[in-house]
Design a protein around this ligand. Structure first.
Ligand code: SF4
Length: 377
């Protein structure tokens, strides 16, 4: 039982000030955050928020640095080609984010003279910016009195107020409660600290109010936390049972021609849109291996496909996937089937290859280490 459990919550109205005081002492240093007291650059806030959707801070850090070094502002990104953006994004997953990122930069440049709109409404009209991201940019970069609610904030708020309703139905209630944690304006300053309040809650959720074993003794809000008082913090947020999609199955066909590999580009729309892949069969639930093999690309020089032992597994947000992998090697000068092309294996790292394809190629070529190419990492 935690030392402070079962104590009656005190001073709940002090929460915004307690939170900001804690943030001023313990804020995380992140590549997209300016030093304390300085306004954040909307471009960096937007870029980081898009990258952080479904991806952790540690993974995002190096990608964020690469992006801002190559494209230091939204104007530069808006003038980049989509192919370059997808290539730079490769490995970060959820590729529709990269496509929307590019579309958004183009729209800011074309429709707003390279300056982000400063209201939630204006931001939400841009490609790829939903309610959460709009609120985050408006609060952090423009000081709007709004509270973006991500998974970390949902967890903190649902514990603090012991929200019994399950997610996702509880979202509006959590949003309303989270807004009560917005900090006041600085003394003598007309601007709000809404952005700092939001970032304080994000940091609290990431470092103290963690999903398992929250460090409640270190939490600035423990005196007013209902779940802590009851001792059942880890049971929040309440969640409705998850529905996972059925397992889909398919085959990947890895064809080499000397030191080259056969690839194609996926259709612009849909899953992994516009990314590079080796030819694959359809991915459907209950698909038999024989049916998948019948969808192999037609290449005259391939007399027989060799099946690699094992499968490549990957989990998308709405379904898990297993691919069996077939290989073949063909003589020099074998033409690529229509819509496909040969690329040197040594330059695969320059292709917009999603992780699934990296895994399939590594499995086929038996190169799980970085020896030959960064693409196998
Ligand atoms: S007291 Fe514990 S459960 Fe409550 S908000 Fe703080 S860390 Fe989370």
């Amino acid at each position: 039982m935690p030392a402070l459990a079962n104590k009656k919550p005190k001073h709940p109205t002090d929460r915004p000030a307690l939170l900001l005081g804690w943030y001023d002492r313990h804020r995380r240093k992140l590549p997209w955050r300016p030093p304390a007291g300085e306004w954040a650059d909307p471009y960096r806030v937007w870029l980081s928020e898009i990258m952080l959707q479904q991806t952790g801070v540690k993974t995002v850090g190096p990608y964020f640095q690469k992006f801002v070094e190559r494209w230091p502002d939204v104007e530069a990104l808006g003038r980049a080609s989509l192919d370059d953006v997808l290539r730079m994004w490769a490995g970060l997953g959820y590729y529709s984010r990269a496509r929307n990122l590019h579309a958004c930069a183009v729209a800011v440049l074309r429709d707003h003279g390279g300056v982000f709109p400063d209201t939630e409404e204006g931001l939400r009209a841009l490609p790829g910016i939903g309610p959460y991201t709009a609120a985050a940019i408006a609060a952090i970069a423009f000081g709007a009195r709004t509270m973006p609610v991500d998974g970390n904030i949902e967890r903190v708020v649902s514990r603090l107020f012991a929200v019994e309703e399950a997610l996702p139905q509880a979202k509006p209630r959590i949003q309303q409660l989270a807004t009560t944690l917005l900090g006041a304006a600085r003394a003598g300053d007309a601007t709000s600290r809404a952005g700092d309040s939001a970032q304080a809650l994000m940091d609290l959720g990431a470092s103290i109010c963690t999903p398992n074993k929250p460090a409640c003794a270190l939490c600035p809000l423990n005196q007013g936390c209902l779940a802590f008082a009851r001792g059942d913090q880890e049971s929040f947020p309440r969640k409705a049972p998850k529905k996972t999609g059925a397992l889909r199955r398919g085959a990947a066909f890895v064809v080499t021609r000397g030191d080259q590999l056969l690839v194609r580009t996926r259709p612009e729309k849909g899953l992994l849109g516009g990314m590079t892949e080796v030819p694959t069969s359809s991915w459907i639930a209950g698909q038999e291996v024989k049916a998948a093999l019948k969808q192999a690309p037609v290449i005259e020089a391939v007399a027989r496909w060799h099946r690699k032992a094992g499968v490549v597994s990957h989990v998308f947000t709405h379904f898990p996937l297993e691919l069996v992998v077939y290989t073949a090697s063909v003589p020099a000068r074998t033409a690529a089937p229509e819509g496909m092309r040969w690329v040197p294996i040594a330059t695969l790292q320059d292709e917009a290859l999603p992780n699934l394809m990296r895994k399939a190629i590594a499995h086929a070529l038996g190169r799980s280490g970085p020896g030959r190419s960064a693409a196998w990492r």
